[in-house]
Design a protein around this ligand. Structure first.
Ligand SMILES: Cc1cc2nc3c(=O)[nH]c(=O)nc-3n(C[C@H](O)[C@H](O)[C@H](O)COP(=O)(O)OP(=O)(O)OC[C@H]3O[C@@H](n4cnc5c(N)ncnc54)[C@H](O)[C@@H]3O)c2cc1C
Length: 388
């Protein structure tokens, strides 16, 4: 009897899962990919939109039936997942499944910090975690004559731990003389003790040194409690406050309501086995930003496309095996690399194994043109793969 496999979310993880599963399963099995919009983007492109090197229309990822033959693309919002009933409730009806892959990513929640939504509405703040947001923030940086730009991490966890620091480097490069002569200052604020803390102190300290060399301030252990948009001031939980003229913010992230409705994880992020991405329910897997994958040091795996894509191959094989097909088992190895843009078409590269014990083993290689080009090649390959 033919089976139905439902994949929720057509971002990095969901697209790659659908593609691999279609190659593994017989044509009679139905693969359904659900998203509220098949018009997405790769996260790394957002930073180049912020810098002004890409226009939003150049980096849209639009999967179609041509790029995913044999996969049913369903445009619908997932409202609720009924695990006991093996059904996904959407605004276009209920879809039953034999196996389910949850790849719903993380949701931005500007309401998570008092005053943030007001600051965004008032135009004194911008965010670079969406295409429109990145383009608007680029224009705000362009228009700023003088003053102080605060780059703020408004909560953890958040996608791509390097992104706020890349944003600071790229904004500095965009400002050019205004930054070089001190007309505009840039300061970064994060609740973490170091950038990219999961990668270990050596990586974090190297990144802090790079920020300082560039003349960008780094302020650790700054958990935001309130943003006053009238007075353009940040208030932190240690009682301090900091003025800004333009705020570039990483908005707080929350799990999607649909993922929370599974009840699989207390905080809504879905706990998964580090090697198989299976959940506590036999017929359900979760990958990418929607999950919490706990590492040997007790910290969660960073939310990054490189991991979501690798996990897609793992769960595709896991699902096929669960359905009784003779395919080899694949395990998630934790290997991965991310690039830190430093401004002038150069990038540093952090690479290693995040599943190493007792802690991730990651090395930060100094910035080079070659690493930037590797990142450009990643973007090109992803756009070419889906925009058929
Ligand atoms: C500025 C920035 C820079 C980044 N740079 C890098 C980088 O250099 N390297 C790297 O590896 N990663 C990077 N990332 C992170 C990367 O983009 C994410 O980790 C990755 O996209 C996660 O993939 P995913 O499939 O888990 O989720 P997503 O790609 O976010 O996909 C989730 C999908 O679910 C859909 N969805 C959510 N809720 C619903 C619902 N209720 N109903 C229907 N559909 C729904 C969404 O529309 C979306 O298409 C960056 C991210 C940002 C924001």
């Amino acid at each position: 009897m033919s089976k139905t496999i439902v994949i929720l979310g057509a971002g990095v993880g969901g697209l790659a899962t659908a593609d691999t599963l279609r190659q593994l399963l017989p044509p009679g099995d139905r693969i359904v990919l659900v998203d509220n919009s098949f018009d997405g983007t790769l996260g790394l492109s957002l930073l180049w939109v912020l810098r002004g090197w890409r226009r939003p229309e150049e980096v849209r990822v639009r999967a179609t039936a041509a790029s995913l033959p044999g996969v049913d693309l369903v445009t619908a919002t997932v409202d609720r997942i009924d695990i006991p009933g093996q059904g996904v409730h959407t605004d276009r009806g209920v879809i039953g499944y034999d196996a389910l892959v949850i790849a719903l990513g993380a949701t931005l929640n500007a309401g998570g910090v008092p005053g943030l939504a007001d600051a965004l509405d008032a135009g004194v703040a911008g965010q670079f975690y969406t295409l429109d947001g990145a383009a608007e923030l680029h224009a705000k940086v362009e228009a700023l004559g003088c003053g102080r730009i605060a780059v703020l991490v408004a909560g953890v966890p958040f996608k791509c731990p390097a992104a706020p620091f890349e944003a600071a480097f790229l904004i500095a490069a965009q400002l050019g003389d205004r930054f070089a002569d001190g007309t505009v200052l840039i300061d970064t604020f994060t609740p973490d003790p170091l950038p990219m803390p999961v990668a270990g102190p050596q990586v974090g300290e190297a990144l802090v040194a790079m920020l300082k060399d560039r003349g960008i301030g780094f302020h650790p252990r700054k958990a935001i409690t309130r943003i006053d948009s009238a007075e353009t001031t940040l208030h932190f939980d240690d009682g301090t406050s900091e003025p800004f003229d333009l705020l570039a913010v990483v908005p707080p992230h929350v799990p999607s309501a649909a993922a929370r409705s599974t009840g699989l994880g207390e905080a809504g992020w879905i706990p998964v086995d580090p090697h198989t991405l299976s959940t506590t329910v036999d017929s359900v897997w979760a990958i990418g930003d929607a999950t919490v994958l706990t590492l040997a040091n007790g910290k969660p795996l960073p939310k990054a496309a490189v991991f979501a894509e690798a996990q897609a191959g793992v769960v595709a094989h896991g699902v096929a095996r669960y359905l009784g097909y003779d395919v080899p088992e694949r395990l998630f190895t934790g290997e991965g690399a991310c690039y830190v843009e430093t401004g002038d078409r150069q990038a540093a590269k952090g690479a290693g194994n995040f599943l190493s014990s007792p802690a991730p083993s990651v090395t930060l290689y100094p910035p080079s043109r070659e690493f930037h080009e590797e990142k450009v090649a990643q973007e090109r390959a992803w756009l070419d793969r889906w925009n058929t």
